[in-house]
Each structure stands twice: as C-alpha cells, then as structure tokens.
Design a protein around this ligand. Sequence first.
Ligand code: AVI
Length: 322
Amino acid sequence: MQIKTQTININLAEAVRDGFSKSPKSISSMFLYDTEGDRLFQEIMKMPEYYLTRCEEEIFHFQKEEILQEMRAFDDSFNLLEFGAGDGSKTKILLRYLLEKGAGFTYYPVDISGHILSELAYSLLEEMPSLKVHPMHFEYFDAIRETTHLNHRRNITLFLGSNMGNFTHEQAVDFYKNFAHESKAGDLLFVGIDRRKNPDIISQAYDDPQGITAAFNLNLLRRMNHELGAGFDLKAFRHYTFYEPVSGEVRSYLVSQRDQQVHFEALDTQFFFAKNELIHTEISKKYSPEEIARLAKDTGYKVVRHFTDSRRYFLDSLWEII
Ligand code: AVI
C-alpha cells in the first residue's frame, strides 16, 4: 500500500522562529504529534478523565446504523475521507459495519503524522483485508485541495474526536469556508465536537493526576531538542492548563520555572525565557449546539442531524454542503 504524501508545508524551525519572537511566545499544537506525541495522545485517550474518546465511541457503537443511513452510505458508492484520522479506533466501528453491509466505498485517511498513518494503514490491512484504503499524509488545508476532487463520487468526510476544537474561531471559519468552497453540493461532513459542560469535568480531562497530559505538552520541548538541537531542560518548564467557561476554551501552556537562555543549534540562535514566562501550546474549544448550528450556517452548510451520547457530553454533527 502506498501512502500519498507531500513535503508537508509546516516547518518546525520556521514555527519556532516565528512563535518565539512573539509575546506571549507560542507554537502551533500541530507540532505535538511526533512519534512520542502520538504515543502519549493514545495514552491520553485511555485515561478515565479524558471522556471525549469514549463518548464518541458510544455514539458510533449504538448509532452507527442511523448515522450511515442518514449519510445515505448504502445508496451509491462514495469516498470516505477522514481528516486527522489518527489511530482510527472509532472509525473502525463504522468501517466494519460498512463492509459487513456491502457498501461501495474507498477509505482515505488523512493525517499530519506519517507515523500514525502507516500504523493505521497496516492495522487496517490486517483487520479488514477487503477494505480499499488510500492513506494521505497531508496537513488539513492542503488536504482540502487534494481530496475534494478525487473522482466523480460523492465525498463523505469525517472530522472526528474534537479535532476542530484545536482551531481558533477564525481558523475554524476559514477551514469550513474553504472546505465548502472546494466541495460539491451534496457532499457531507461529519464533525465530532466536545460540548460545553460542567467546567470541572473539562478541567480534569486536561490536567490528569498521572501527568500524562503534562508529558504530552512537554514533549514539544523534547521534540525541539531532538529535531533542532535545542537545549531545553524539561524539568525547568511546567504544564499549565485552565478552562475558561465563558469562551469555552481550554488553554494550555508551558511555564518557564526560572530565567533561562536556550540555544537552538539548527537555528544558530537562542531564546530567553523569563521566570514564569508562558509558551502557549494549545487551545481545545468546547461548543454548544447553538454555536455549532451558527458556525455551520455561516460557513455554507445545512445541519442534517446531531448525534449525541447518553450523558450529552459529546456531539457528532452531520453537515451537508449547500
Ligand atoms: C487532538 N485534540 C482534539 C485533543 C484535545 O482534546 O484538544 C488533544 C489533547 N490535548 C490535551 N489532551 C488532548
């Protein structure tokens, strides 16, 4: 199986030069996912505090038939795309059911991590040998261009796991407008969204007592040491996160524990981090059903239906391009 790839248009060196010259310092959360970051995120998904994955699994497990009927997945052949496919654990529930029912489709998982994509491709080959798979190693915005004109068939695109929560509002609007603009009328988008809920439940999901989320965040510094010859002492930074219920945003930071100068061999430069200075690393936004409806309407979609779990913590929303 061949993985369609491109020189991913995101360069850690450039992101560091740019993000560390700003105030506050920041780095895009897309850099969290190297091999070690992929592994830690898989650990996060198993944590009791990180309810998101299990809620979406519950939706798929109990409502797969209705979801696929609503997508008209058994009517004609289609392309099943998935942006940010990761390890595909939830999607496999849908894939198995589609195969069982003899649906005509090809699966195109898209991910920014080549490592997790090849693991997914090989696990699918082993578990579902009859599945047609075309993995694509792309960043989201490039993936839109590459995948919206694959062939004459209808596209159904999955964007699960609250991946859109890692966009700012502006990025989300930009992404969905761009996607709608490139797509054909009648194409579908199925979006996994973490709902606003009791703030304590959300806070705990991003600050677990085992320190797995902290290790995931700090791994950014380890990655810079490894890939850019940076001299970060990981013990000199702490993971800090908080949920702000008015905006619905979890914000994650790394906090410098002392004044320190860090040299980057590959950049032939150094950056100064004052004691208590922040590096902003991630935003994980939570939405109400009303906010979702507004976003869909403003960016060119009709909401077909919402699917939610028994606790109403998570929501998968089916949108049609108009
Ligand atoms: C991948 N993304 C949707 C996760 C989230 O919930 O924002 C990443 C994550 N960050 C900390 N825990 C999980």
